[in-house]
Structure formats: C-alpha cells, structure tokens
Design a binder for this molecule. Structure first.
Ligand code: ADP
Length: 531
C-alpha cells in the first residue's frame, strides 16, 4: 500500500505540473487554458485519492467523488475544443449545472456514499447513496460522449489534427482500459489491491493529450520523450532524497539530483536542437523539391512552346519568300525598276536568313528536349557532300577562295543517316570554313576509316584559326563565338556549330576541331559510324 500510495502521489504532482506546463506554454490559447483546468482538476482528484489512503477520512472520500464529476466534465470541454465541435450554450449550462449539483451533493451524507465504516486508498467500506446511480450514469455518459467525439473527429479530420486526436484517443483508451481492468475485471477474480491504480492512470490521458497540444509535429516526439524521461526520473530522485534514512545520505542524494538536473537540461537542449536542425533540413528539402518541380514544368512548357511555334513561324515566312519570288519573276507582273529589284533581292535574302536562323534555334531546342526526330535512310554520303560543295561554290568565288573536294577512289559504304539534317550540319561546316577565311581556300575530304568502320568527313581552311583556349569549347555551348570571329564578321550567332554537333551526335557520330592556332587555319572533323 505504501508503494501504491507513492505512485498515486507522484501521479498527482505530475498531473499538476503537466497542467501548469501546458497552460504556461501559451495561456492565450483557449485550448491550453481548458487543458490547464482539466489537468488541475485531475491533480486535485488524484491527490484526494492519495489522501484517502493517508488520513482515511470521510472528507477525502467525499472530495474524491466530488472532483470525480468535474474530471470528465472538464475533459469534455477541452476535447470539444480540440475537435472543433460546438455544442449549444444551453447544453453547456445543463451539463455544468448537473455537474455542480453532483459535486455539491457529494459532500452531503447519504447521497453518493452512505454508512461509511472505513476509508482506504482506492475505496471504502459502506453503501452507495440514493443519488449514486444518476451520478454514475452522468459520469459514464460524459465519458462515452468523449470517446464518440474523438472517434468521429478522428475519421473526419486529416493531417496534424488527425495526429493530435489520435494521441488523445490512445491516451483515453489506455486510461479507460486500465480503469476497467483494475476496477472491474481484476476484482472479478478477487484481486482488489490494484484498485488504487485507477486514478493515477489518468496520467496516460494527460500525457498523451499534453503531447497533442504542445507539440504539433511528430518529429518532436523524441524531444518530448526526453523531457518526460528526465522529468520523471528527476522527480523519483527528489522523492528518494527525502526518503533517505540519514541526513548525510539525504544531502548526497540531493546533490546527485542537482547534478542530474543539470545533465538533464543539457540532454533536453541537445535533443531539441538536433530535432530543430532536422526539421529545418526537412523543410529545405521540401522547398528544393518544389523548386525543381517548378523548373522542370517551366522547361517543359518552354520546349512545348518552341516546338509548336516552329509551325507558326515557318508558314508565314514560306509565303513571304514565295511572294517575293513571284514579284521578282520578271514575266509575271512586268519588269521592275532596277533599284526596286535590288532592294527586293536584299529583302528576299534577309527573309531566307531569318528562316534559317529560326529553324536552327528551333532544331536545337528540339534536340535538347530529346524531341529531334530523325528520318534515317541508307545514304551515299559523297552525293550529299558533292551537292553541298556545289551550292557553296558561288560563296567561295565571291571571296576569291578556292574550294576543293577530295573524294576517295572507291565509293564509300552506305550509312543510315537523316539526309536533310546531316546535309545541314556538313554544309554549315563548309560555310564556316569559307566565312572564316579571307585568303587561300577550303578543302573538303571524305575517307573510309576501315579499322574503325567509319566515314571521316573533314573541312580544312586557311583561315583565322582557333586559339588553344577556345578549341576544347568549340561547338559545345550555343551562342559562343570566338574573339577573332567576332572581329571578322559581326553576323552570326554561334548557333550553327552547336546544332551541327547535336545533329552529328544524334546519329552516333563525333564532331571536333583542330587548329595550330590563331591565323593558322582550322580543320573540322565529323566521324560517322557505318552500322
Ligand atoms: P557563327 O558562325 O554563326 O558565329 P557557329 O556556331 O557556326 O556560329 O560558330 C561558332 C564559332 O566557332 C564562330 O563564331 C567562330 O568563333 C568559331 N568557328 C567556327 N568555324 C570556324 C572556322 N572554320 N575557323 C575559325 N573559327 C571557327
């Protein structure tokens, strides 16, 4: 009994401090205030129970029954607040009025308890009074209503609220379960000595509910558990130091208790900080994920926009070019004045240039987005290169440059290629050679590399060359133009080479450049595998 009495006492003190702790955490919140009242009443109730064991007087028995009414009532008000459930004002008055009535009559003889012969921890010898049955129904009715409210809200709510209500449910079930066990089930087997444990088991409800209101996050459970562990152990230590038989031992235990408090403080602090860091990291990760998703979505939208705009740009440009050709066709609308003809020719060239640029840019995006569609067919590459060289001959002649093509004696193996795209890439390299050369000329070659089973295409010019620093980067980044090239021609956007590389690589090939340095010409290579 001595031991059980100590447990009941500790339960009462813990109840009191828990109520205080929750209340002080945020006294402005209604939910915290209601919890404080509930915890405080429970503490008194458990304390009265403890005193029943100490003084064995009728007064403490009556106090226990009296506060036994207010415990479920205050729990109900608090739980209604937690579950966001409103009840009518008149219902509140009715419930509170009835509670007050039962509270008061508990202090009179013969209403709740009668003919009490003996009082002990957890019970009494005597009879139940005339109002005991309604008293009992009132308490159990409220408990049933609490459980019903918790369950229905648990299924209705989600996220943090659900977790909170879940905690309270666990606490309530543990509490009621223990009361059932020690008060009703065990006595069936004539085991009555655990009856005093019914009131301290209210601690379960209080602990779990305190968890629910003070800490909203599951992650912080570690901190709370540490706090509870340290608090509980500290309390036991404190009680021990009073129970010690000699003064010296008392002082010693008290000193170790003091040291324990310091240790406990740092332990809680460390756990708290660790949890805070983890939560912070967690939050950052969530933010990062959201940002990445948004970027991906944006990139997707951009690709989609560019791919679909290809059509919108190309159609009107093609008709402009068509109409210009018609106007320039002399027989169609009569002879144009020479000046007008020249101007219109310039317009036509610019529009064609514009179309080329747009197509290049759009192709790059298509390749980057992995949506560059290749139309592969068996190709005799010499034919393509010959045509490309012929098409560019005028350009070279205009700059007084030679343009030579070196073909192998035997015909090359056929390669599966997208004819249109590869022509675009190779033409671009030859054109670049011409563009970046002012004296000499450009030589184009094709070779069969038997040992590698590939075809090597090369363009060698006697032009401005490429510096050692720029060489590794050439064609790897769009919009990048060499220093010399910028001086030579302001035109050009640094797109052609990048696109050529994308086209070549999409067909399993490789593109690279070699140069002895500035002013020493350059060679561009394209190696295509024969499959
Ligand atoms: P653009 O010629 O429109 O500027 P490109 O993508 O075709 O764009 O070329 C990118 C850059 O690579 C050029 O600005 C130039 O610096 C360099 N480059 C390309 N071809 C040659 C070449 N044959 N000789 C020297 N530099 C070249």
């Amino acid at each position: 009994m001595e031991f059980l009495g100590t447990i009941v006492f500790i339960a009462s003190v813990l109840n009191f401090f828990l109520a205080l702790f929750v209340y002080l955490k945020d006294p402005l919140k209604k939910i915290n205030r209601l919890f404080g009242i509930f915890g405080f009443i429970t503490a008194i109730w458990v304390f009265a129970n403890f005193m029943m064991g100490i003084q064995q007087s009728l007064f403490w028995l009556k106090t226990t029954s009296a506060f036994g009414v207010f415990v479920p009532l205050s729990a109900l008000f608090w739980i209604l607040e937690l579950c966001d459930k409103k009840i009518k004002k008149c219902e509140i008055f009715l419930l509170s009025g009835l509670g007050l009535f039962f509270f008061i009559i508990s202090y009179f003889n013969n209403f709740i308890v009668a003919n009490v012969k003996r009082v002990y921890l957890g019970g009494f010898k005597g009879e139940t009074g005339s109002f005991f049955v309604p008293y009992f129904i009132y308490i159990f009715g409220i408990l049933a209503f609490i459980i019903y409210t918790l369950f229905s809200s648990y299924y209705r709510t989600k996220d943090i609220k659900k977790i909170q209500i879940g905690y309270v449910l666990i606490g309530a079930i543990l509490y009621i379960g223990i009361v059932m066990l020690v008060d009703f089930i065990l006595p069936l087997f004539d085991i009555r000595k655990f009856i005093p444990l019914d009131t301290p088991s209210s601690l379960f409800l209080l602990l779990f509910t305190a968890l629910a209101i003070t800490k909203y996050h599951l992650f912080e459970i570690k901190v709370i558990l540490t706090e509870l562990l340290v608090g509980g152990m500290g309390l036991i230590w404190l009680v021990f130091s009073f129970l010690m038989p000699t003064v010296n031992l008392r002082i010693l235990t008290f000193l170790t208790f003091f040291l324990f408090c310091i240790f406990g403080y740092y332990l809680i602090k460390a756990t708290y900080e660790e949890e805070k860091r983890r939560e912070e990291a967690e939050r950052m990760a969530v933010q990062e994920r959201a940002l990445r998703l948004r970027t991906e979505r944006l990139a997707g939208a951009r690709d989609q926009f560019i791919l679909s705009s290809q059509h919108y740009f190309r159609t009107p440009l093609t008709s402009i070019i068509g109409y210009l050709e018609m106007v320039l066709e002399e027989n169609l609308y009569g002879k144009l004045p020479q000046k007008a003809k020249e101007k219109l020719n310039n317009v036509s060239q610019s529009v064609q240039e514009l179309r080329k640029r747009i197509e290049e840019s759009l192709s790059i995006v298509a390749f980057q987005a992995g949506k560059g569609i290749l139309n592969l067919e068996e190709t005799q590459i010499e034919d393509l290169v010959k045509k490309a060289v012929e098409d560019l001959r005028i350009l070279a002649q205009k700059k007084n440059l030679f343009l030579k093509l070196k073909l192998p004696k035997d015909s090359l193996p056929k390669i599966k290629l997208d004819k249109e795209k590869i022509t675009e890439a190779l033409t671009n390299l030859i054109e670049n050679g011409i563009k970046h050369t002012n004296e000499g000329g450009v030589t184009i070659g094709l070779e069969h590399k038997k040992e590698k089973n590939s075809v090597l295409f090369w363009v060698k010019d006697t032009g401005i060359g490429i510096s050692k620093e720029e060489l590794p980067e050439i064609g790897k980044v769009p919009f990048q133009r060499g220093k010399e090239a910028k001086e030579l021609t302001l035109l050009g956007k640094g797109i052609g080479l990048y696109l050529s590389r994308l086209i070549v690589e999409a067909q399993g090939g490789k593109l690279w450049a070699e140069s002895e340095g500035i002013g020493k010409g350059s060679v561009f290579y394209v190696e295509l595998p024969v499959k």
